[in-house]
Design a protein around this ligand. Structure first.
Ligand code: BTN
Length: 240
């Protein structure tokens, strides 16, 4: 079931409410715009008309420690769709950002219900948005599909293409282990091979991003030792 709105506070909030009262897996909530779009780490997500703002209700039967893989797989799906539908060379920044020329075009926010009864994956793609809609401090690190292509895209076709791709990738994740998708993530990654700074609530780590593991954690080499980072804000410094 796909529910589409003109305006909501946040498609994730609407999807979580529906999931909490029993909405089945693959209930989809999308909206033309969001008044209180939510980003990762408590940030605000700018969501004017022209973007694809969509949330998907999932009921995954996987170990809790592997939940971070779900938004990572969504990132793989978005990157593949941007490449297949528009020929855009999309890359991934750990954990879930999709980049075009190192600028963010898509963010993903996954939220789980109590006892992981459900997971809502919220995907925000800056599709047909004028760069002036973003605050000045975001303009150097953000881009939109229409800015890169110099034309607008059909939002409905993007939505359908993304859902088809994500269904395929998600079902592969549930059926097999993460190994095949992990290869895809590595292949699409812009983070691996970079010197990075990762800001977590506890510490700031600087080192070489060398790999991810089976739970989606980033492995960073710091002075010859490997650190596993589960969540945080990753800044690319340079290639090593
Ligand atoms: C990020 O900070 O990178 C994650 C952004 C996620 C934005 C999407 S838009 C659809 C869904 N609804 C929300 O309120 N947030 C997510």
């Amino acid at each position: 079931m796909i529910l589409h709105f003109k305006e909501v506070d946040s498609t994730n909030e609407v999807a979580k409410k529906l999931a909490a009262i029993g909405a089945p897996e693959w209930t989809i909530v999308s909206s033309d715009s969001q008044t209180e779009g939510k980003g990762r780490l408590g940030r605000r997500w700018i969501s004017p008309q022209g973007g694809l703002w969509i949330s998907i209700v999932l009921r995954p039967d996987i170990e809790e420690s592997r939940l971070p893989i779900i938004p990572m797989v969504s990132g793989i799906s978005v990157a593949k769709v941007l490449c297949d539908m528009y020929g855009l060379p999309a890359k991934l920044k750990w954990p879930n950002d999709v980049l075009l020329k190192e600028r963010k075009v898509c963010g993903i926010l996954a939220e789980a219900g109590e006892n992981v009864e459900y997971v809502v994956v919220g995907i925000g793609i800056n599709a047909n948005i004028d760069m002036n809609k973003f605050p000045a401090q975001l303009r150097n690190s953000t881009t939109t599909i229409s800015t890169e292509l110099k034309r607008e895209v059909d939002l409905n076709a993007l939505k359908i293409g993304l859902l088809d791709q994500f269904k395929e990738d998600y079902n592969n994740l549930i059926r097999q282990d993460f190994s095949i998708l992990k290869e895809e993530w590595r292949h699409l990654s812009s983070t691996l091979g970079q010197k990075v700074k990762v800001i977590t609530p506890k510490e700031i780590i600087e080192g070489n991003a060398i790999d991810i593991d089976g739970e989606g954690a980033l492995l960073i080499e710091v002075s010859g030792r490997i650190k596993r980072i589960f969540s945080g804000d990753c800044i690319h410094l340079s290639n090593f």
